[in-house]
Design a protein around this ligand. Structure first.
Ligand code: HEM
Length: 410
């Protein structure tokens, strides 16, 4: 493993991706990461026992597409759910990864995504109904957290009324308990994970005994190509998959919805482009995804190698700053500019290679429908100067609180 002493001193930094101060004010992470990218394609941080930070598009793409050299386990520098084991499929490497990935594919098939679209538009409008008459909202609690939670339940064919079970638990797992010690937060995280796993197990038991035509029943009752033979998924595997599906699709979409509102409220000219012609929304969604990538994936080198001209040692950990790859001037013209018509837009927000986000189409549908309905119903939303957005920062960046005001709907 590489130590800081072996790295040229100008490439050694103390950047800690888990430092809460990175979340305030809104643009701090991007500014700090741009400073790192200016130093080189890879820099070495002394945080968390030492690890590399990959900052540029080319090298990040290279790492994402080479799972043999760069393992996905562990994907995080810190363990937030101690003792839970590997997340499936995100922390498995090919060929082990392949069977699980194929098992999940039917959940996200184009026909299924199309079928979910009407349900999602219904949820979007129902949530907006909840606050549109008030002229103000806390956009995260009243919309951006609720939408992906309910979409997850719809995706799994589980009762949407159960959304409250997940709302609190998922917040605690991501951000801990506000104001509590790290130890208390970790205990609360364990309890929240326990609640969700209990819910998953009930669903598994129910659909094992009474299979329906729903996707969860299909997943439980289909044999997949795993460990060199065909077999059913075990309860433990199903639990780990469900847990990942819930977590992966939640704070990422929540953050992207919040960034949409923040960037467009701060760029009224751009917002007007959407209000005037909502056919720009699909490319606008890509641009929001590009300008603020939510995820910072982790990798571990399985052998000594070289990246961006630097020797990487076997066992070294790396984090991939997708948010800076997406602002790399070698790949994007005027990368800091929010250009809703940007084409091509080969951002890396959904990753690349074997683990490329399997929920990317679902995420795009959620963002598209949300932007359509928000701009149709409350188009003049503005941030509240005295109560600014509260961001959160770790290996998933996003927004925890976002007060907005707008002309109430009659
Ligand atoms: C804006 C929203 C989203 C963003 C930015 C995002 C981003 C990502 C990224 C970067 C990866 C690759 C991580 C890596 O290589 O280590 C990933 C993987 C994954 N995402 Fe998403 N995601 C989003 C929404 C969703 C949704 C809605 C779901 C499902 C409900 C989902 C499920 C998954 C799963 C299961 C994986 C693992 C795939 C694998 O390992 O083969 N994501 N996502």
């Amino acid at each position: 493993m590489t130590t800081a002493a072996e790295v040229p001193p100008d490439l050694v930094v103390d950047f800690d991706v888990y430092d809460p101060s990175l979340a305030f004010p809104v643009d701090t992470v991007q500014e700090r990461v741009a400073e790192l990218a200016a130093k080189g394609p890879v820099v070495y941080s002394t945080a968390h026992g030492g690890h590399w930070i990959v900052t540029r598009y080319k090298e990040i793409h290279e790492v994402l597409r080479d799972p043999e050299t760069f393992s996905s386990y562990p994907n995080n520098l810190v363990t937030t759910t101690a003792g839970f084991g590997k997340f499936i499929p995100i922390e498995l490497d090919p060929p082990e990864h392949t069977g699980y990935r194929l098992a999940l594919q039917p959940l996200f098939s184009p026909t299924r995504m199309k079928a979910l679209e009407d349900d999602i538009r219904g949820v979007v409008n129902e949530l907006i109904d909840g606050f549109s008459g008030k002229g103000e909202a806390e956009f995260i609690a009243e919309f951006a957290h609720e939408l992906p939670t309910r979409v997850f339940l719809a995706l799994m064919d589980w009762p949407i009324e159960d959304a409250p079970v997940f709302t609190d638990a998922t917040d605690i797992i991501l951000t801990g308990v506000p104001g509590a010690s790290e130890e208390e937060s970790n205990q609360a995280r364990g309890e929240a994970a326990f609640t969700m796993l209990g819910y998953f197990q009930n669903m598994i038991n129910e659909r094992r005994q009474n299979p329906g035509t729903d996707v969860t029943s299909q997943l439980i009752h289909t044999e997949f190509q795993l460990d060199g033979g065909k077999r059913l998924l075990t309860d433990e595997e199903l639990n780990r998959m469900f847990f990942l599906l819930l977590i992966a699709g939640l704070h990422t979409v929540q953050g992207s919805l919040a960034w949409s509102v923040i960037h467009l409220a701060n760029n009224p000219d751009r917002r007007q482009q959407i209000i005037d012609d909502d056919s720009v929304i699909p490319t606008a969604v890509e641009e929001i995804l590009r300008i603020e990538a939510a995820v910072i994936p982790g990798r571990r080198a399985t052998r000594a190698t070289e990246l961006g001209g630097f020797p990487i040692g076997e066992g070294d950990q790396l984090i991939l700053m997708l948010c800076s790859a997406n602002r790399d001037p070698a790949e994007f013209e005027d990368p800091k500019e929010l250009d809703l018509y940007r084409l091509p837009n080969r951002h890396l927000s959904f990753g690349a290679g074997a683990h490329r986000c399997i929920g990317s189409h679902l995420a795009r549908i959620e963002l598209k429908l949300a932007l359509e309905e928000i701009h149709r119903r409350i188009p003049d939303y503005a941030l509240v100067e005295s109560d600014p957005p509260v961001m959160h920062s770790s290996q998933v960046r996003g927004c925890a609180r976002l007060p907005i005001v707008f002309t109430p709907e009659r």
